[in-house]
Design a protein around this ligand. Structure first.
Ligand code: ISL
Ligand code: CA
Length: 548
């Protein structure tokens, strides 16, 4: 297996709107990021993935771009950007930008032109049909086709109607994309996270889909279209191969069997993908707000089977949350009495699997989901649309709000809790979305003052990954497949063998599948070690051993 910096790096995702506000307008910004770079350096991450900062009317918080060559006004200026990039590089960290090119904003000049007339030179930058060709639905509720008055035709939008899909069949459009990518790469950025990249090639027969299971439609109809690999190879040839960068595709709808078609080293497409194995698996047939219970054995199976499916041929990136999914500690851990322990256990998992880990902002603080009482306090377009749809359908709205508390995207978009002052020190003004009321106890000031905090555990675990390259490159084997309490696995290569034990319950676990104890040296644990507990695991205890 080839060894390279982007396999050894750890990514930290910044959602700029919610990170740090430097000028009191209630919105996080680039200068706010600059102020916190020393904090990130101290944590020990290598690469910052920045959610979109391009000019945008913010229908979907920047995932609707109206100018790929400019910075969103609320976030700052190009000069701020250049300074931020220089400051990141000065600290020997790297910057990966979000590339959102499945769709643009309807306010992009291309779409403004495109919608004017059928013979406009930009008409073919988007996908227009005289009639709705099928029953496709948007990810964010309602039809995926929107009628536009000027020409009386329909355009495709897989996300909101302010996010028209770009027409990748058009070679001119593809060249535009490659040009804008070069613009940012020539500025010196270190790579791209590619938004919904498996969706760029559409099935040109536009078949009807069966929406009794939306995630199945994504996988079987929207993603992995006939020309997707041709387009990615062209992008690699034209742009990517000329730079020493990290590329990671958001692989919505990509199965583990298809994954190496995107990331196989011989394929010359992407370096790695974020997979959705665990991200959708608690969704019922009715989608994310129709929650299904999961078992630990299923969770383990996701990571095991993805590891084996990719094998030594390709690479993946792993995350346990991001700006679209609930807080990791609330989703996979216990965000009440074992919040700190379980956040640390999840960090142990994330940082001891093969694949480039990505930590979402605030995880290192042990930040949790939020439960606003009123729908008016929510901001996310997905949540708002789904709420309106549920109401229209006469659903039980109290139950729906409860589902939002568990699954809504705003769970991870509340402002970062920097201290216990008003609005958690995020802003001097009024934040664009309310802070989580638990900021008085959960905040950066508090964790930095407490040697036993999540922050210092994450920091320590980041060091462990750096110092033990087996955790990066080694092979992986699950130990006790069937346990619904313990996640245990072995990592090994020519440099050593490691055993990782994670107790995913709030009870003491005594039946550990342990090899000979006196050969084992403890590398890290999220509890103070006490010899009594060598063969048992306390609530949410995590331990890594090295075999001597
Ligand atoms: O948010 C989700 C769960 O409901 C996902 O289905 C999400 O829509 C999907 O992963 C695509 O996400 C990406 O593209 C969207 C944007 O809203 C997300 O924030 C982004 O990560 C459209 O650009
Ligand atoms: Ca601001």
């Amino acid at each position: 297996m080839t060894k390279t910096w982007w396999k050894e790096s750890v990514i930290y995702q910044i959602y700029p709107r919610s990170f740090n506000d430097s000028n009191g307008d209630g919105i996080g910004d680039l200068r706010g990021i600059i102020q916190k770079l020393d904090y990130l350096k101290e944590l020990g991450i290598d690469v910052i993935w920045l959610s979109p900062i391009y000019k945008s009317p913010n229908d979907d918080n920047g995932y609707d771009i109206s100018d790929y060559y400019d910075i969103m006004e609320e976030f700052g200026t190009m000069a701020d950007f250049d300074e931020m990039l220089a400051e990141i590089h000065k600290r020997e960290m790297k910057l990966v930008m979000d590339l959102v090119v499945n769709h643009s904003s309807d306010e992009h000049i291309w779409f403004q032109e495109s919608r004017k007339s059928k013979d406009n030179p930009y008409r073919d930058y988007y996908i227009w049909k005289p009639e709705k060709p099928n029953n496709w639905l948007s990810f964010f509720s309602g039809s995926a086709w929107q009628k536009d008055e000027a020409t009386d035709e329909y355009y495709l939008h897989l996300f909101t109607k302010k996010q028209p899909d770009l027409n990748w069949e058009n070679p001119k459009l593809r060249q535009e994309v490659y040009s804008l990518m070069r613009f940012w790469l020539d500025k010196g950025i270190d790579g791209f996270r590619m938004d919904v990249i498996p969706l760029i090639s559409k099935r040109l027969d536009y078949p009807d889909a069966d929406f009794s299971d939306f995630n199945k439609v994504i996988a079987e109809v929207y993603a992995n279209g006939p020309r997707v690999h041709e387009f990615l190879k062209e992008m690699h040839e034209e742009v990517l191969q000329h730079y020493d960068i990290l590329t990671v595709g958001e692989a919505v709808g990509v199965s583990k069997e298809q994954a190496n078609l995107y990331v196989g080293e011989d394929r010359k497409e992407l370096h790695m993908i974020f997979h959705f194995g665990h991200m959708f698996f608690d969704h019922g047939a009715g989608g994310k707000f129709d929650i299904r219970k999961w078992k630990l054995s299923e969770f383990k199976e996701v990571f095991s089977s993805w590891h084996h499916a990719i094998g030594d041929r390709g690479w993946i990136s792993t995350n346990l949350d991001n700006h679209d999914f609930p807080r990791m500690v609330s989703r996979w851990g216990n965000d009440k009495e074992y919040r700190v322990e379980s956040a640390n256990l999840l960090a142990t998992l994330l940082l001891s699997l093969r694949g480039t880990p990505s930590i979402y902002q605030g995880s290192e603080l042990g930040m949790t989901n939020v439960a606003f009482d009123h729908i008016e306090d929510y901001r996310d377009v997905e949540t708002m649309n789904a709420y309106a749809e549920a109401k229209e359908a006469g659903k039980d709205m109290d139950a729906f709000l409860k589902a939002v508390h568990q699954q809504g995207r705003d769970n991870v978009r509340t402002p970062i809790q920097w201290d216990d002052s008003e609005h958690a020190g995020f802003t001097n003004g009024t934040p664009w979305i309310k802070v989580n009321p638990n900021y008085k106890t959960i905040n950066a000031k508090a964790v930095l003052a407490d040697p036993n905090s999540t922050f210092y555990y994450f920091q320590k675990m980041l060091k462990v990954r750096k110092e033990h390259s087996t955790l990066v490159y080694g092979d992986y084997e699950l130990i006790d497949n069937n346990s619904e309490e313990i996640y245990a696995y072995r990592r090994w290569d020519e440099n050593g063998t490691y055993y990782i034990y994670l107790n995913f319950t709030s009870d003491l676990q005594t039946k550990l599948p342990m090899p000979n104890m006196d050969q084992l040296e403890l590398v890290i644990s999220n509890y103070e070690r006490s010899s009594d507990y060598d063969v048992s695991l306390r609530a949410w205890e995590a331990r890594i051993y090295k075999v001597n």
